[in-house]
Design a protein around this ligand. Structure first.
Ligand code: HEM
Ligand SMILES: CC(C)=CCC/C(C)=C/CC/C(C)=C/COP(=O)(O)OP(=O)(O)O
Length: 319
């Protein structure tokens, strides 16, 4: 018997047939894992007990919404992604998934996640999720990314909002604390991204994306990284002085900010020739540290919320 399925998908110009992994990749799961973690913390540290099942559904919706915005980004950016070494293997530019499929998946999952979040929690949280998806897919991807070197500064708001969505899902209202979490992610995004942009710099140039590294050069990018790292520290510490903070968070935050500013200063001191000589070691280290920085800040908020166990017990008893 001939296995015709081996040839499926080749006649229409696509290379190998798309598998589940390709559709999953459209949702940018690795990046979104940290986004979802910040939303989970926003939901868990909020001063309102959430039924565990409702909390689970809320986080699932935020994860699906985040993934949907990733699929919309991959649909729109297929031309850029095809020109960059880092992204050309993605399902759409590699031809394994059609652009229309990415669009369809993005739209369907966006609608589904917003609707489900509204039904499971409240429509305020659902509107915020819709706004976040819109901001990443339309404001950042379709507009800012290709038009200004401030693209990731302003666009970073989308990645910063999920903890607020989580908090509002739990409480139905805004407060100072989740806004400081938003500010923390917002101020963190530029050094997170520009550290990476320094060592994949030529790629953005080839794709014609006006990243700061291209428009203003490596020196200006290094200056910006240090400036944002210095501005980030007081925001992170201020969060520790609110109702969701405490001594454990503050101690951790002081250590993390000292390490982050030191890493940014190391990147700032270097010139391009030195960086190229050691293959951007300090820049790579700062990018990696940025991931730990954000994960641990939100992890420490969870630790500070240990009375949360009491709240969870209450919720379980309520079952
Ligand atoms: C405008 C905002 C942002 C930009 C432009 C940006 C850009 C990038 C890029 C280009 C990468 C490397 C390649 C990749 O895995 O796709 C990356 C990695 C990553 N980003 Fe961001 N990022 C942004 C915001 C965020 C936010 C808000 C979070 C989480 C809260 C985040 C978490 C991550 C993680 C976890 C990785 C590592 C992924 C891996 O291990 O492969 N990023 N980011
Ligand atoms: C809940 C919800 C809707 C969350 C959205 C979270 C969000 C906006 C994350 C942005 C993170 C991200 C992958 C940026 C990449 O920029 P890019 O797309 O320019 O990077 P690329 O070059 O890797 O495609």
């Amino acid at each position: 018997m001939t296995d015709v399925s081996l040839n499926d998908g080749l006649d229409d110009g696509r290379t190998p047939e798309a598998g589940f992994g390709d559709y999953l990749a459209l949702l940018k799961p690795r990046v979104m894992s940290l986004v979802v973690f910040t939303a989970l913390v926003g939901l868990l540290v909020a001063p309102a007990p959430v039924h565990p099942f409702v909390g689970f559904v809320a986080i699932l919706c935020i994860a699906i919404g985040g993934g949907a915005s990733g699929a919309l980004n991959m649909w729109w950016d297929a031309d850029i992604d095809a020109r960059m070494k880092r992204t050309r293997g993605r399902p759409v530019p590699a031809g394994r998934v059609e652009a229309g499929e990415a669009l369809g998946l993005g739209v369907a999952l966006s609608g589904f996640s917003v609707l489900m979040l509204g039904l499971a929690t409240n429509w305020f949280a659902a509107s915020l999720l819709a706004f976040t998806i819109f901001f990443y897919a339309v404001v950042y991807t379709m507009w800012l990314k290709r038009s200004t070197a401030q693209n990731i500064v302003i666009g970073g708001l989308a990645g910063a909002l999920p903890p607020l969505v989580g908090w509002v899902a739990a409480t139905g209202a805004m407060a100072l604390e989740p806004w400081l979490m938003v500010a923390l992610v917002f101020m963190w995004t530029p050094p997170h991204f520009w550290a990476l942009a320094l060592f994949v710099r030529s790629d953005y140039g080839d794709a014609g994306v006006p990243m700061l590294t291209e428009t203003h050069g490596a020196r200006a990018t290094r200056n910006h990284i240090l400036a944002y790292a210095l501005l980030l520290a007081p925001v992170a510490l201020a969060l520790g002085l609110t109702s969701v903070g405490g001594p454990i968070y503050l101690a951790g935050s002081i250590a993390l900010n000292a390490a982050f500013v030191a890493g940014a200063a190391r990147v700032w001191r270097r010139d391009q020739a030195t960086a190229e000589a050691d293959r951007f070691l300090a820049e790579r280290k700062l990018f990696k540290l940025s991931l730990w920085y954000l994960f641990l800040h939100f992890g420490l908020l969870m630790v500070e919320a240990t009375p949360l166990v009491v709240r969870l017990e209450g919720a379980v008893a309520w079952l």
